[in-house]
Design a protein around this ligand. Structure first.
Ligand code: T5A
Length: 216
């Protein structure tokens, strides 16, 4: 069956952890799965990810930033997501178009009309079947993310956490909760301030209902 599942939330909320665990769960059940991420997921996208997330002090203009995220998305949809869905695979994506609505639209103030219009073009009109917002207070997410980043070798460090203050991340969280209210059918808000295994269990319960034989 083809199914497109995305993971969203504040930095360090546990998106990558949960996506990898869901991938294992689905593969164990015998489904072919492709897991990818934004920004990134393709050769071009990973190059642009480096430009976006490790700016070495250079300021990227808001519209340039938006367009770079959209370039990554267009390439990922074209090269990875669409072909995988066509092959009846389950696609898991760590962040997708909702990130742009929240970060560049709600929080950084670019016009939502432009953001959603660009999203429609670069996704070729495709939307996730289910989106999990892994929700937690940004203070907790940032603490987790910083601990992980500080354990990385220098060459892999990204400097984005030093760029924005806690108010920025609170707005990101509020933005996601607002999106969830606007699309309750698609977006499931999951409490990310719990044990990793408890979060995984809840996500599996939701997905297992979708992939039961009568739906596949
Ligand atoms: N962005 C992105 C935009 O502005 N616009 C866009 O359109 C897009 C697509 C990169 C940045 O780009 C911006 C948003 C971001 O600023 P990213 O690489 O996804 O996006 O950045 P993060 O969200 O920061 O990714 P992280 O990997 O840091 O966070 P995750 O994936 O949420 O967290 P994860 O799973 O890696 O976990 C972090 C640490 O916490 C532990 C893990 O083991 C790990 O060490 N952990 C937990 N610890 C305790 N309890 C739990 N429940 C835990 N879950 C995970």
């Amino acid at each position: 069956m083809s199914l497109f599942i995305t993971f969203e939330g504040v930095e360090g909320s546990g998106k990558t952890t949960q996506m990898e665990m869901l991938k294992e769960h689905l593969e164990w059940k015998g489904f072919p799965v492709v897991a990818t991420r934004e920004p990134g997921g393709t050769e071009l996208g990973e190059k642009i990810r480096g430009m976006l997330l490790n700016t070495e002090g250079e300021t990227i203009a808001p519209w340039s930033e938006l367009l770079l995220y959209e370039v990554c998305r267009a390439q990922l949809v074209y090269e990875v997501i669409k072909p995988a869905l066509k092959d009846k695979k389950i696609v898991l994506c760590d962040r997708f178009a909702d990130s742009t609505v929240v970060y560049q639209g709600y929080v950084k103030g670019l016009t939502l009309e432009a953001v959603t219009s660009l999203n429609t073009w670069t996704t070729e009109g495709m939307a996730p079947t289910i989106t999990f917002i892994i929700d937690c207070p940004p203070e907790i997410g940032l603490k987790r993310a910083l601990a992980r980043i500080n354990a990385m070798p220098n060459s892999n460090k990204e400097d984005r956490f030093e760029k924005e203050n806690i108010e920025f991340h609170k707005k990101v969280r509020d933005g996601y909760l607002r999106l969830a209210q606007e699309a309750p059918e698609r977006i499931k808000v999951i409490n990310g301030d719990r044990e990793i295994s408890a979060i995984h269990k809840e996500i599996c319960q939701i997905i297992d209902k979708v992939i039961t034989p009568q739906n596949s």
